[in-house]
Design a protein around this ligand. Structure first.
Ligand SMILES: Nc1nc2c(c(=O)[nH]1)N[C@H]1C(S)=C(S)[C@@H](COP(=O)(O)O)O[C@H]1N2
Ligand SMILES: [Mo]
Length: 368
């Protein structure tokens, strides 16, 4: 290696038309697993079936010596051990998480990164303590605008060496639903989900829920770190500033009906009555309707949507649709709508492959 060669080579790339998934994307896909869609049947995703997305490595964190620092533009900085956090008022909240990159590999052309199809989602019962009272105890300075959350994980991304860190507008950080979380589904957080402590920002895409949290810093200026200023921006041109990625757009998914072919994942059913079921969610407004098409989107019918559960406003909702399967090929499609609109049936492309809530299409063969 000569001195003029750059040390770090990673760069953003869009796949060539028709280019298949490469070894770099395959390596990411084997580390970062999705939720098998049959797990949509559970209200709460069982341990191990929740999706995982980790930019760098799962860091080694010793919970016995770990502590959380809360500082920056505050009257007095705080340092809290895990025991001190756990002795504070605890809340358990059922919250859906979805990676902002869910659907990326369905874009044409495909932005080269973690190649999610539709499985980067899960719903867990998270236990932790609200963040807002801690920020209030520290005393937020007048003029504070952002709160930055930093993880213990370290890596390099498109040539920029960094600790994973995300800024959140102060008003969002102060929402009562925002938690510092130490348990998932009643058990201590597993290493891959951020042990010993992670942030939970209900309604926001996954990147905001910082894992392996070590530091909370109040800023009197907008955070300009990589994960806010460069990554997680909705933009088409490489030079566009783009819009920041925030809340989860609406989506409905079908619990895969019938049975799959091992290799192609094509699905088969027997003719007759079939109850199609699935889940729908949105992080920006309550879901108002789910519609189903059994003819590839030519005609749509209203599905039965479970009533909103006031105990779990940030969880997914179940829906069902009674179908009579006739022999032959069909394409099943589902789409969710919230107060701000519905899912697109044509792709709305962006160069980071973010927030692709294009409707899911499930081709099925009904046997004769
Ligand atoms: N410290 C840290 N926090 C992180 C990440 C990360 O790489 N490092 N990935 C984020 C992204 S992009 C997502 S989608 C969620 C995934 O959370 P999960 O793995 O618990 O499902 O964690 C977020 N928090
Ligand atoms: Mo993500």
């Amino acid at each position: 290696m000569t001195a003029t060669e750059p040390t770090y080579r990673g760069r953003a790339r869009i796949a060539e038309p028709g280019e298949g998934i490469g070894p770099d994307e395959l390596a990411l896909a084997t580390r970062n697993h999705g939720m098998p869609l049959e797990a949509l049947r559970y209200d709460v995703t069982p341990p191990g079936l929740h999706y995982v997305l980790t930019h760098y490595d799962i860091p080694a964190v010793d919970p016995a010596t770990w502590s959380l620092e809360l500082g920056g533009a505050v009257t007095r900085s705080l340092r809290l051990t895990l025991d001190e956090l756990r002795s504070r008022p605890a809340v358990t909240s059922r919250v859906l998480l979805e990676c902002a990159g869910n659907g990326r590999a369905r874009y044409e052309p495909r932005p080269v990164s973690q190649p999610w199809l539709l499985e980067a989602v899960g719903t867990a019962e998270w236990t932790g303590t609200p963040l807002a009272p801690l920020l209030e105890e520290a005393g937020i300075a007048a003029g504070a605008v952002d709160v930055v959350f930093t993880g213990a994980d370290h890596g390099v991304e498109r040539g920029v060496e960094q600790d994973y860190a995300r800024g959140l507008p102060l008003a969002e950080a102060m929402r009562p639903e925002v938690l510092l979380v130490w348990a998932m589904n009643g058990a201590p957080l597993p290493p891959q989900h951020g042990a010993p402590l992670r942030l939970l920002v209900p309604g926001w895409y996954g990147m905001a829920h910082v894992k392996w949290l070590t530091r909370v810093e109040v800023l009197d200026r907008p955070f300009d770190g990589f994960q806010n200023a460069v990554a997680y921006r909705l933009k088409v041109g490489a030079g566009d500033p783009g819009e920041p990625v925030t809340r989860i757009a609406p989506r409905a998914l079908l619990t895969p009906p019938g049975w799959p072919d091992f290799m192609t994942r094509e699905r088969f059913l027997r003719p007759g009555p079939v109850l199609l079921t699935g889940r729908a969610w949105s992080g920006r407004a309550p879901v108002t309707a789910v519609e189903v098409s059994t003819d590839g989107g030519a005609t749509w019918s209203a599905a039965e949507l479970a009533p909103a559960d006031p105990a779990h406003p940030f969880a997914w909702r179940s829906w069902s649709f009674a179908w009579t399967a006739e022999p032959g090929s069909s394409e099943l499609v589902a789409r969710a709508t919230d107060a701000e609109g519905g899912q697109p049936t044509e792709q709305v492309w962006n160069r980071q492959g973010i927030a692709n809530n294009l409707v899911q299409r499930v081709p099925v063969t009904v046997l004769g």
